[in-house]
Ligand binder design. Structure first.
Ligand code: ATP
Ligand code: MG
Length: 214
């Protein structure tokens, strides 16, 4: 009602969920591209408290992942970090995050959940995915190393089942993953130019990823 009375355009908010263990330029590029391609007002980075698909793996303490995400994004006024999943108990499900954001922003705000191709490929395993795809839009970024055919096919399928609620986004391929960065650090190799220097410094100062188990 407030928006209509003021004849303002509804806000468009991008949400980038991830483990960010650590955050890297792949994440920052998909967020920036989504911001520009879809004229988003801002992108909210949401570090997962307990990622449901990584329960068996060792994930760095939330505090560190949250701080690194803040360091990586604080030079961009359109990027914000939310601790909502860190503050929630149990596994961090996207459906719960979208429901909470919907409550916070109201029904007129456009919510766009941003993901990479790998996440789209296992979309049907996400909790309450049918309800989820009806609750917000999705921006699916191409990702180096993932099956393009399968990716396109999955997007088609979602279009047929649920309508045009998912949008493909071509990004400049960056073959960077947190898994690979953790390995490099563990092997004593540099991660320079793969993530922001502030994050690199934070990792060094806190001696992160020195002894990897999972
Ligand atoms: P891990 O190797 O630990 O899974 P990751 O690099 O995949 O880490 P996540 O935190 O799992 O990072 O990713 C969060 C989101 O960002 C996911 O939707 C993922 O697909 C996307 N993403 C991460 N890196 C890239 C990249 N280089 N290109 C496109 N999308 C990416
Ligand atoms: Mg991943």
């Amino acid at each position: 009602a407030y928006l209509k009375e003021n004849k303002e355009k509804p806000e468009k908010i991008g949400i980038l969920g991830g483990t960010f263990d650590p955050i890297h330029y792949g994440h920052l590029v998909i967020a920036q591209w989504a911001k520009e391609e879809f004229s988003l007002d801002k992108v909210l980075f949401v570090p997962a408290g307990t990622p449901p698909h990584k329960l068996h793996k060792e994930v760095l303490m939330g505090k560190h992942r949250y701080r690194m995400t803040t360091l990586a994004t604080n030079t961009n006024p359109n990027f914000k970090v939310s601790s909502m999943e860190m503050n929630r108990l149990g596994p961090s499900y996207t459906i719960d995050t979208i429901k909470d954001l919907r409550k916070e922003y109201g029904k007129d705000t456009f919510l766009y959940f941003i993901t990479g191709a790998d996440s789209v490929l296992d979309f049907y395993t996400w909790k309450d995915y049918e309800e989820l795809i009806k609750s917000c839009y999705f921006i699916a970024a191409t990702r180096e190393g993932y099956d393009v055919e399968k990716f396109n096919q999955r997007i088609e399928e979602i279009h047929e089942l649920f309508g045009h609620r998912i949008f493909k986004m071509d990004i400049p391929d960056l073959d960077i993953s947190s898994t690979n960065l953790r390995k490099r650090i563990n092997q004593g190799k540099s991660v320079k130019y793969l993530l922001p220097e502030t994050v690199e410094q934070y990792i060094i100062e806190n001696k992160l990823y020195k002894d990897l188990k999972g």
